[in-house]
Ligand binder design. Structure first.
Ligand SMILES: Cc1ncc(COP(=O)(O)O)c(C=O)c1O
Length: 394
């Protein structure tokens, strides 16, 4: 049988009727530990001579179903579920690099990851160079003898900047480096970095994978060798494991991931076109618009352009905050990837001065008046009406 489409895999991959009860829905194995039949079995499992669950921090069947589904969807060999997207990023980095190693990362990326690279990792003895990741030459020039990892986030949060994935993979392979890509914005529906040669993909599963804004989770997918090492070392001993109920919520959300993404993408394109036509809007950032400076690259490495849009309104912070207070259907919140349309202001929220210093934020191109829209699944005409009304009052 040929490889099933993502619509089929989202439903079937990683899951089978429960072997003991034949329950159709994957059960929530809400247990911290698993029982051994006798002392010999315990010894064999601990020695790695026999397969078997031991303790949920080491592995759990509900988590295994989620991991199997994500590995299939991303086209990876293996996956591990983590307690948050940040835990996925930290676990992936700690598995690929150690204290003293050098990492190349983008300047424009999610504020929490920016903080991790600019503040926390340097305190732990990692050396970091942050570059303009739109330019593969800048990435290549930042590589040193002690470089171990190239980290990318494409499309990047919140400016929807792209990194040329095949170009980065080629640079990394020439130097034997591990590549890690945050695929949260795109999801495997829009982009599969592993198929383009990346070693590890990380996700905030909190966002589109779960899709309903009801839990925090992360996932790492990629080369089995690195994933299994991470499971047995970093994940097990730093302890950033996901709870079984949260894993089940993500698993359930993922059944409809392709359907939701199809609609997110169509709605985002409709809104991006509408916003671009308005004189009060100075600039719209959406990889699916021909006006996006990297639209050709988007068409080469993405199969669809996602549900995230950013735009700048004329009038800076004041106009931006008036818009946030004027919308009724769009919800003011920091997250993204929900069924509802969510609106946020990076300069005062995800990229506020205590997370990303103002001059670093401006250097990354995130201006005071930038508005981020996570376009939901509502009727696009209702969303357009909501934004039109709020913009008319600026
Ligand atoms: C692109 C991206 N990566 C990672 C994260 C962190 O994920 P979490 O909040 O699940 O830890 C976020 C959160 O907003 C994000 O937008």
């Amino acid at each position: 049988m040929s490889k099933p489409s993502i619509f089929t895999e989202a439903i079937h991959a990683g899951e089978e009727p429960d072997p003991t009860t034949k329950a159709l829905s994957t059960p929530i194995y809400q247990t911290s530990t698993f029982v051994f039949s006798n002392a010999q079995e315990a010894a064999r499992i601990f020695a790695g001579e026999q397969e078997g669950y031991v303790y949920t921090r080491w592995g759990n069947p509900t988590l295994a179903a989620l991991e199997g589904k994500m590995a299939s969807l991303e086209g990876g060999q293996a996956a591990i579920a983590t307690s948050s997207g940040m835990a996925a990023i930290a676990t992936a980095l700690f598995s690929a690099a150690k204290t003293g190693d050098h990492i190349v990362a983008p300047r424009a990326l999610y504020g929490g990851t920016h903080h991790l690279f600019s503040e926390e990792l340097p305190h732990l003895g990692f050396k970091i160079s942050m570059v303009d990741a739109r330019d593969p030459e800048e990435i290549a020039e930042a590589i040193r003898d002690d470089t171990k990892v190239i980290y990318i986030e494409t499309p990047g949060n919140p400016l929807l900047e792209l990194t040329d994935i095949p170009a980065v993979v080629e640079i990394a392979r020439r130097r034997g480096l591990v590549t890690i890509a945050d695929n949260t914005f795109a999801t495997p529906f829009c982009q599969r970095p592993l198929e383009l040669g990346v070693d590890l993909v990380v996700h905030s599963a909190t966002k589109y994978l779960g899709g309903h804004g009801d839990t925090i989770a992360g996932i790492i997918v990629g080369l089995e060798e690195i994933i299994e090492r991470a499971r047995e070392t970093t994940l097990r001993y730093l302890g950033s494991v996901l709870g079984p109920f949260d894993a089940w919520l993500i698993l359930r959300g993922m059944h409809t991931l392709p359907l939701r993404m199809e609609r997110h993408c169509a709605n985002a394109l409709a809104l991006a076109r509408f916003l671009e036509s308005l004189p009060k809007v100075e600039r719209v950032y959406y990889p699916g618009l021909p006006s996006h400076p990297q639209h050709d690259l988007a068409r080469r490495q993405m199969t669809a352009f996602g549900g995230m849009i950013s735009f700048e309104v004329r009038g800076g912070v004041e106009a931006g905050t008036r818009l946030l207070d004027g919308v009724r259907l769009c919800t003011l919140t920091a997250s993204l990837g929900d069924v509802r349309t969510l609106i946020s202001h990076p300069a005062s929220m995800t990229h506020a001065a205590n997370i990303v210093p103002r001059e670093q934020r401006l250097a990354a191109g995130i201006r005071d008046g930038l508005i981020r829209l996570s376009v939901g699944l509502e009727d696009p005409n209702d969303l357009i009406e909501d934004l039109e009304r709020a913009l008319a009052n600026l």
